[in-house]
Design a protein around this ligand. Sequence first.
Ligand code: GLN
Length: 293
Amino acid sequence: MTDAHSSDWSYIPELANVDVNRFAIAVAGLDGQVHVAGDAARPFSIQSVSKVFTLTLALGKLGDTMWSRVGREPSGNAFNSIVQLEQEKGRPRNPFINAGAITVADLILAGHEPREAIGEIVRFVRFLADDDTIRIDERVAHSELATGDRNASLAHFMRSFGRLDNPVDHVLGVYFHHCALAVTCRQLAVAGQYLAAGGVSPKTGARVISAERARRINAVMLTCGHYDGSGEFAYRVGLPGKSGVGGAILAVAPGKASIAVWSPGLDPVGNSKLGAEALEMLTHRTGWSVFGA
Ligand code: GLN
């Protein structure tokens, strides 16, 4: 760990208003059944879980050439670390740390207006969740824009290495807005189902991506989805997963289910404490860990 962590996660002021005692879980099985418990109908801020969907979208647009812009190795650093970025000349380690997701936002933007790229991402998440009510929480987006000096630093730093094609404010506009998508646990679990079902969305029958690409996104989720807590999450839960500082985790049990948990109390790395605990109990009881029962 080479960068300072803060266990004060109030750097996005709008998120600090959420009650840390809340909890929700939704398990979306491939048979179309969704089982929920807790506050599963309450919208929360998706934050970095959105990076799974922007990665999927960017891979769809650019194919594997996307990997020339961003790596797929765990960083072992905080999600907003700048240290490694300097050593590696502005090429982010993976698409799930902030620098990597900002690069992915740059690729989706591709010269278009930010609102067009944001609209495209919202439409994609609605399509995955089969739910047109999903929206961006503008207050969260603006709260983050107002306090996003660290992300702005990462973006300027990458641009100084010639690694961003679009103006920094455009790229950050896209990034902050997709992090500010508001979803419920039920919507998130359904949205992630294509990753558990070989690239096909079981609810609509639509093919989102190839089975091979779904498998590879799962691999990056397993190794990088929880930042410098990815090893611990693999050890305890044993599923590909992606966390966000809103307190959500999307976990994928390939061939079985997509699981969304939400509880805003975070550990020092920025991952949901109760969310990881619930997933650990779930894989323990179901034998769903990808490493064996
Ligand atoms: N929007 C957040 C940020 O950029 C996302 C971080 C996260 O969820 N880990 O800081």
